[in-house]
Design a protein around this ligand. Structure first.
Ligand SMILES: NC(=O)c1ccc[n+]([C@@H]2O[C@H](COP(=O)([O-])OP(=O)(O)OC[C@H]3O[C@@H](n4cnc5c(N)ncnc54)[C@H](O)[C@@H]3O)[C@@H](O)[C@H]2O)c1
Length: 350
């Protein structure tokens, strides 16, 4: 077990990597604990839940709505939760995003922490204090920054994840290597068999190294004013694909990374050989990634949070492991999308 600390002016978070439920019992209050989970996670792990009032949501992205968050607040009130209560989000990224948001708004904020149960949430979603829900097809438009007091990542829980959800997590794992650590990227690609075997030791090593990258970025920029934007690599196109095709987050981000890497080459920022390396790594991870961009992709991106006054702050690569942020006018992005589509059509007709 390893611990990583994120200390920021807005709050501190202890990340417990590789621990078990027993490692958090002394961090939970003796009473006033409210546990938010989804029905799948409750079915699988309900027997190890600490004593708490349990509130359940439906699994999946459809639960990331204001209505669900509001309903949870109502249930908390009816169950007697007050400002001294403690919320434990127990689940994947959806549970963490919704439970974190509820904890940050209920009675103007109550203490909270997570037990993170998917690869994607252990690598990314439960770490760093971003909470949120979607508005229609627009991802994470409503949310807050609020650091969980602690996050427990028990890597053995990944054993029960469906394969598609494992792949989704691999997408975010690869992203961390791509933005911040070339050696991690190579180790992930070399360990794909062990990842699919859900080897907790290999997973623990790769997840912990990825989380160290994220933690370092969050410490520098907890409120995403600048440097934290690198964590959005692959997300501008990824979010569009995720909502358009209703595919898992990390699978969409994986495709979004390939497109963003293509843009990096198109803009002359990165050699083509690096793009190929990323394409091969994602292909070898077994992820279906051949999703075409919807016709109104630029219009959709114009309404993304990362978009301001007709341009978008775009995370590009200089090489695998090194990023650069460029402000790209939507018009120029449109020209790239035309080029990208033409290239894709040509390669498919061969
Ligand atoms: N806040 C952030 O910084 C951040 C970062 C990245 C992603 N996200 C968000 O995370 C969400 C995706 O998270 P996710 O991929 O964990 O999805 P998820 O929470 O929907 O979990 C995926 C599925 O796996 C099930 N599940 C959870 N743990 C399990 C386990 N141990 N065994 C078996 N099944 C299990 C869930 O019930 C669900 O059906 C997206 O909404 C994305 O926007 C947030």
């Amino acid at each position: 077990m390893q611990s990583i600390k994120i200390n920021t002016a807005e709050g501190a978070s202890l990340l417990i990597m590789g621990g078990t439920i027993d490692d958090i019992r002394d961090k939970l209050p003796a009473s006033g604990l409210f546990l938010i989970t989804d029905t799948n996670v409750k079915r699988l792990y309900g027997s190890v839940f600490p004593p708490a009032t349990v509130l359940e949501i439906e699994p999946g992205e459809k639960s990331k709505t204001l209505e669900v968050a509001g309903d949870l607040c109502r249930q908390l009130l009816e169950a007697g939760a007050d400002r001294s209560s403690f919320i434990l989000g127990f689940g994947g990224g959806v549970v963490c995003d919704v439970a974190g948001m509820v904890a940050s708004i209920y009675m103007r904020g109550v203490r909270h922490a997570f037990v993170s149960t998917t690869l994607l949430s252990q690598v990314d979603a439960s770490i760093g204090g971003k909470t949120g829900v979607n508005l229609g097809t627009f991802k994470n438009i409503i949310g807050t920054f609020s650091q969980p007091e602690f996050v427990l990542c028990d890597h053995r829980m990944i054993a029960t994840l469906p394969e598609e959800e494992l792949q989704s997590g691999i997408g975010e794992l690869v992203k961390h290597g791509a933005i911040g650590d070339r050696n991690l990227f190579f180790d992930i690609t070399a360990s794909m068999g062990r990842i699919y075997d859900r080897d907790p030791v290999v997973l623990g090593d790769l997840i912990t190294r990825a989380v160290k990258i994220k933690a370092a970025v969050v410490r520098r920029d907890p409120l995403e004013k600048g440097p934290r934007r690198v964590l959005n690599f692959g997300h501008t196109f990824g979010h569009v694909l995720e909502t358009f095709y209703m595919i898992p987050h990390g699978v969409a981000v994986a495709r979004g990374m390939i497109i963003a890497a293509g843009l990096s080459v198109w803009k002359g920022e990165m050699p083509y050989s690096e793009l190929r390396m990323l394409e091969v790594a994602i292909a070898e991870s077994g992820m279906e990634s051949d999703y075409d961009l919807p016709a109104d992709v630029i219009n959709l991106i114009s309404r993304d949070k990362k978009s301001e006054k007709g341009s978008v702050n775009f995370v590009l690569l200089r090489s695998v492991g090194k990023t650069i942020i460029r402000r790209i006018p939507l018009k120029e992005l449109g020209a790239f999308v035309d080029y990208y589509r033409e290239r894709r059509d040509r390669s498919q007709s061969v």
